[in-house]
Structure formats: structure tokens, C-alpha cells
Design a protein around this ligand. Sequence first.
Ligand code: SF4
Length: 261
Amino acid sequence: MFEECRQKVKLLRSGKRAHGADSRIFFPGTVVDRVVRDWLLESPGDLGRMPTMVEAIMEREEELLISNENRVVKWKDSKDKAQVLADCAEAVTRIEPALMKYVVPYEYMVDYRFRTKLTVPVHGIPTELLLIGAMDILVRNPAADWWMVLDVKMTKDDGYWKKTQGQLSFYDLQVELEQGKPTIACALLQPMCKEQVKVVAMTEERRTELLSHIVTFATAMHDDNLPVTEKIKQCLYCDFKHACPKFAPVINAQGKKTLAF
Ligand code: SF4
């Protein structure tokens, strides 16, 4: 989000997300995540069960969005909900072999939430940060002593993984800080893509790049250097537009009411 628009980070941290924001675009991903999570917690290895879980989990997650987050799912038309249900059922059917191969045989934690300390220089002064996040699946092989992070993506875009490299590097860093060694692999489970298990290599170059991004982020937060983005495309579906200075009403030189940008 920081790369998309720094102002959005500021508004998020101030609790300014719009009430009743539409979650339709993210909803299939949430459903697939939850089906995988619940299956791994309740009945790993129960082959064929996941598609039968989809409908109830869709209903539950739609209600939770409204009651816990004040968000809604605006269905596109009368057939949209049934199509999402069918897509999610297909995705969890396809993902089962990967879960059986890469997760079920090992120790694992699902929806693993972390708060990990990291010290970085901000204007040359060592500054302690808290890395906060959640991983879909953290896998451990105690015999071989390795860790692996798996992230479930409900995308049909074969190139989507390129946008997730920063996210996976962040998980890799968290594992290194907490476990004293980095992951052996970070991978996307993307059952609707041609390459259903996409391993994203974690190189030293990528780790250095991530630390540099974290220092930039921490310095911007410290300096309150959080301007609005110039890319209007980022604003189209932004949940913070109502509170954003870019869209604040102003009076122009002709004395007319207009928007700041
Ligand atoms: S509306 Fe645009 S500029 Fe404002 S917070 Fe959202 S993305 Fe950033």
C-alpha cells in the first residue's frame, strides 16, 4: 500500500476506511483462504471435503464482513453469487493436491499472526519497529529443520505473482527474525493459474531491497512524509477517498466549489 499511495497508509492508520466499502473484488480470495484454513485445522487429509464447505463459509464470511468490518459484498448481478460459489469450489478442488504434498505431511500453522521487532536506522538513529502481519500457512519440517511460507491466491492472472514478491520477502524476513534462519522457500498456491504452485526465489538481493524499503517506510512515517499519489488510477476504488485531502472540496479562483486535485 505504501508504494501505491503514502497518504492511504496514513488514513488507514487513522481508522478512516469508508463504512460500507465494497469487498466484492476480494471476496472470492477470502472465501478460498478460509476454506483452506478451516480444512487444515479441522480435517486435513479429508479428501474432497473442501468444496462442500464453500457455501456455508461464503455465508459466514459475508456476515462477518458486515458485522466486524462494516463492509459489504455488492454482487454484480443475480448470477454473480452462484458464479463465485462455483469458482471457489473449483479453486479448493484444484488446491487439494498441493496442500497434501506441501503442508499436510509437515507441522504447520495457518493464519499465523505475528508482531516481530526489528531495529533499523532512521536518519542514522537506531529505531525499533514492529513488523505486523499474518501468513496464510507457515510450514515447518522439524526433521530437516526448514521453514516454508505458502500464500493462497485466488487469481487467474498468471503474472500476478510478480506483484507479491515484496509481500513474500516480508514473510521471509519475519521467519528469519523469529526463527533465526530464513525460509527455504516462499510460494504462492494459485490453483486457478497454469502454474498452480509458484515458488518465488528469495535472494540476498531481494532481502537487501526489502530492508531498504523498510528504512524508507520508517523514515517517511517519522517525517510524516505521506503525500497523496499522483496516479489517479490508484484512487478509482480507494476506500479512503472520502477522507483524502486530494478529494477535499475547495473554492477555486472563480469562487466555485471544486475538488482539491
Ligand atoms: S484517494 Fe487516491 S490519493 Fe487519496 S488516499 Fe486514496 S489512493 Fe491515495
